[in-house]
Design a protein around this ligand. Sequence first.
Ligand code: DSN
Length: 432
Amino acid sequence: MYDLIKNADKELYDSLIGETLRQTEKIELIASENFASPEVMEAQGSVLTNKYAEGYPGKRYYGGCEWVDVAEDLARDRLKELFGAEYVNVQPHSGASANLAVYFSFINHGDKVMGLSLDHGGHLTHGSKVNFSGKFFDFTPYYLNKETERIDYNEVEDLAKKNKPKLITVGASAYSREIDYAAFRQIADKVGAFLFADIAHPAGLIAKGHLQSPIPYCDVVASTTHKTMRGPRGGMIMIGKDYQNPHGIVAPKSGRVKNMSEIIDSWVMPGMQGGPLMHVIAAKAVAFKEALSPEFNDYTIQVMKNAKTMANALIDLDYKVISGGTDNHSMLVDIRNKNITGKDAEIALDKAGITCNKNAVPYDTQPPLVTSGIRLGTPAMTTRGMKEDDMKTIVEFIDKVVRNHDNEDVLNSVKNEVKTFCSPFPLHKKMS
Ligand code: DSN
């Protein structure tokens, strides 16, 4: 493995081997991570990295684009089929870039927007004050209901009527419940707002029809490609049915722009990006083909079964899973009753070979770098072939670590158990 780098660059080789071992020997529970297939990684490591291809297939600013056009068209066609979308853009380098292009396509500097607060499970790009979204636009956050710990559609509607946003962002990075995009559509229509869904986390589950799709209800949908989609790290934008440029929307390029698809395309490039990462787009094409397969459907079903099992096993051990469970691939656990902070739990679990992230819980009293919770997800370990019984074992490991977080001997012994537990499960079924 990595034989060329081994000879050329020993220091970097050590990093690659170290990370390979870390991924192989530890339990990966970061809800936004996954293990891309060897085919996805082969495409991402291909000669397509050498090519400049500013523009879009058939309309490039460089010569020699005939083969990268094939790759981008494959990615676009497969993504359209996956989500039933008439328009897609596969060039955003990341989810944050995709969101930036969406905002610039639909609203102007200083416009009013609403988004789920970051400390209630939202995302930096949904209006955080330290992000471009919170700096460029006038965001009003909405929060989870204190009792149900779920989105309260009545509260969102009241807030929308009061604030009259030009756009409402819906989506989350730490929210375990299904989102009702149809309800958001009704709210957006009542106040004349655009509706934007960021489905970065549950995209793979939505693609296979296991959660409500935002495509019929939202003016625009964006996502990452590497979480439940299990592709290369990157972003994408979709529209269910292309429509005419609503009044007031501006495009960065000159000339007449008729449809939203053209506005979004022009905000992605030249508006905010130059050359697309054609090797990553090729890897997206591979991942989208995989996602169209029946095996990927089985995978997404198992991801959800595993998440439910993990949440229930935690509840059985008196862990407070926010909102009482999960509908998707993830869960947020308030660990205050275990007398440990999110920060200390993350550190202790990592020492014991279990990777997760500390996470604010709704109405958290701890600062963001400490927090009262941990976020857990099942996409990565499900890719390794783990099933419900394995989730129960993982919860036993977690509980042992949380109860003994100050005891280095226990953490070391769990680490060894975890390594043995992981060894029958390759990162990906075809991975050598
Ligand atoms: N950092 C991602 C996550 O972990 O959810 C979101 O961008």
